[in-house]
Design a protein around this ligand. Structure first.
Ligand SMILES: Cc1cc2nc3c(=O)[nH]c(=O)nc-3n(C[C@H](O)[C@H](O)[C@H](O)COP(=O)(O)OP(=O)(O)OC[C@H]3O[C@@H](n4cnc5c(N)ncnc54)[C@H](O)[C@@H]3O)c2cc1C
Length: 476
């Protein structure tokens, strides 16, 4: 099959682009090297839908962030049934001498179109954010920021894109790209050859390698590692907003982050590394994050931490690179998508559609575009009365598999029906295995359900794709 567009990479960028292009009468193929979407940078971040502040007014990422925030708040979160909460953010200062810095962030944010910014004093903070430490003197209140589950955001976009005709192929690592003499490309992935007129390169940390394969070695990705530490759910109400310090030159600083699943998070660090696979966490990172977080909320302690991870920001200079490459006509790069890439993705997708159109792709709207996606049930988000009603309709909602996070067999079967093929895929969609016991009690039950639903043996069930099998068949 010849596609109009092949999108390489099913992270938030590729997923949003796929959904945007699925509005039009196009053949779109989404290729992902991992076993499932959202296994790259898009799974390891802070899950903040930024307002747009802390970006230079002239930057591409600044205006895409503001537009992405607007699209998520006004359309996408409700259309796709996302668990988005607009909780607002505070950027705090520890010295009133830093107030001019806050004024500068406010002015720059307003230039970008961020609404409702207000400098608030200690009396306001005592009333609205009572756990802040005594060092905090004032803050910039940013009401339009919010939180989301980053992987469920990707899954919702991909699912809706597929419903609208996009073809998704996972476990297809792109290893070669040949440009045809007339026009278009041949893309080799997982041993198969796919043809398309246009390629959109949304390969995250590997976007520089894909661009070079297509004949445009025009930039280099330098990963910037961020370590994050998740706190126990019992600290859920430690903060009412996402809390930031003043930003540094390379990052927004160590934050206290509310998450859409309840567990607060502290982090991230920001240190450049040369290794695109280094997802380690370190004692130094932990010390840096704890010190930064405790300066804002002193009651946070190391004992609150139940899990940690790190993510790598795909940095290619100061701004995003979103452009058609003259050196490889037909190639559109979506690269250097560091923070706020999660927020900007819906706006990036619209921009990419415009670039493709400007380079000859015909964008005719389909007669029917399925805009809506039903919100999946998460027992941890519903009231006891709603739970009773669900169990009355389907007793599998009463069969609790993950006790830490209150996830039922019905939700796990539903996640598999919606595309989960690995234990991490089930975890990211449902939260089963995410609690304090880290799957100690529920993993074997989940494997049994996967075997029943998917019809393959437990020895073929992996944590995150080939090589991460949990059970070995000694007879082989
Ligand atoms: C610690 C941290 C915190 C962050 N916090 C926030 C935040 O709070 N808010 C926010 O807006 N942004 C945040 N970000 C930024 C955000 O996570 C990224 O901008 C975004 O996830 C990038 O998405 P992507 O789709 O471009 O890349 P990815 O998610 O990495 O997707 C690229 C995909 O391409 C696939 N791929 C790569 N090579 C190939 C190949 N050869 N063949 C086929 N497929 C391939 C990968 O497997 C991957 O799935 C944060 C980032 C980090 C690291």
């Amino acid at each position: 099959m010849v596609s109009d567009v092949i999108i390489i990479g099913a992270g938030i960028s590729g997923a949003a682009i796929a959904r945007e292009l699925s509005r039009y009468k196009l053949k779109v193929l989404l290729l992902e090297k991992e076993a499932e979407p959202a296994f790259g940078v898009s799974k390891s971040n802070s899950g903040i839908i930024h307002a747009g502040t802390q970006n230079p007014p002239s930057s591409l990422k600044g205006w895409l962030c503001v537009e992405g925030n607007r699209l998520i708040c006004t359309q996408i979160a409700s259309d796709l049934g996302l668990d988005f909460v607009q909780c607002g953010q505070l950027i705090v200062v520890f010295d009133l001498a830093d107030l001019p810095e806050l004024e500068k962030i406010k002015k720059e944010g307003e230039e970008l179109g961020v609404k409702g910014l207000e400098i608030v004093d200690r009396a306001w903070l005592d009333k609205n954010e009572p756990n802040l430490g005594p060092e905090v003197k004032a803050a910039l209140y940013v009401p339009s920021a919010g939180i989301i589950s980053p992987y469920r955001f990707v899954y919702a976009l991909v699912e809706n894109a597929v419903k609208n005709g996009v073809r998704l192929l996972t476990s297809r690592r792109v290893t070669a790209i040949r440009r045809k003499e007339t026009n278009g490309f041949e893309v080799v992935a997982g041993g198969e050859v796919f043809r398309a007129r246009f390629i959109v390169n949304a390969a995250g940390l590997f976007a520089d390698e894909i661009s070079a394969l297509a004949g445009a070695p025009t930039f280099k990705i330098v990963p910037r590692k961020g370590e994050e530490y998740l706190l126990d759910k019992k600290r859920e109400h430690i903060a009412n907003h996402i809390i930031f310090p003043l930003p540094s030159k390379t990052s927004k600083g160590v934050l206290i982050i509310k998450t859409s699943d309840g567990n607060p998070m502290i982090g991230p660090t920001a240190h450049d590394t040369l290794d695109k696979t280094d997802l380690s966490t370190t004692d130094e990172g932990l010390a840096e994050v704890l010190a930064g977080a405790r300066r804002m909320i002193p009651s946070i302690s190391a004992g609150d931490i139940i899990a940690y991870f790190s993510g790598l920001r795909p940095v290619a200079g100061k701004d995003f690179i979103i452009r058609h490459e003259a050196a490889a006509p037909g190639l559109v790069n979506v690269a250097g998508i560091q923070s706020p890439g999660l927020t900007s993705a819906p706006a990036i997708a619209v921009m990419v559609a415009d670039i493709l159109k400007a380079h000859g792709l015909k964008l005719d709207l389909k007669e029917e575009f399925h805009r809506l996606r039903p919100r999946p049930v998460h027992l941890f988000q519903v009231s006891p009365e709603e739970t009773r009603q669900l169990i009355a309709k389907n007793p599998a909602y009463g069969d609790i598999v993950c006790r830490c996070e209150l996830v039922s067999a019905a939700e796990i079967r539903d996640a598999i029906k919606h595309g989960a093929r690995t234990l991490d895929g089930v975890k990211f969609r449902t939260r089963a295995q995410s609690g304090r016991c880290h799957g100690g009690f529920c993993t074997t039950r989940i494997m049994k359900i996967m075997r029943e639903e998917l019809g393959f043996p437990v020895t073929a069930i992996t944590k995150r794709g080939p090589g991460s099998e949990l059970i070995k068949d000694e007879r082989q």
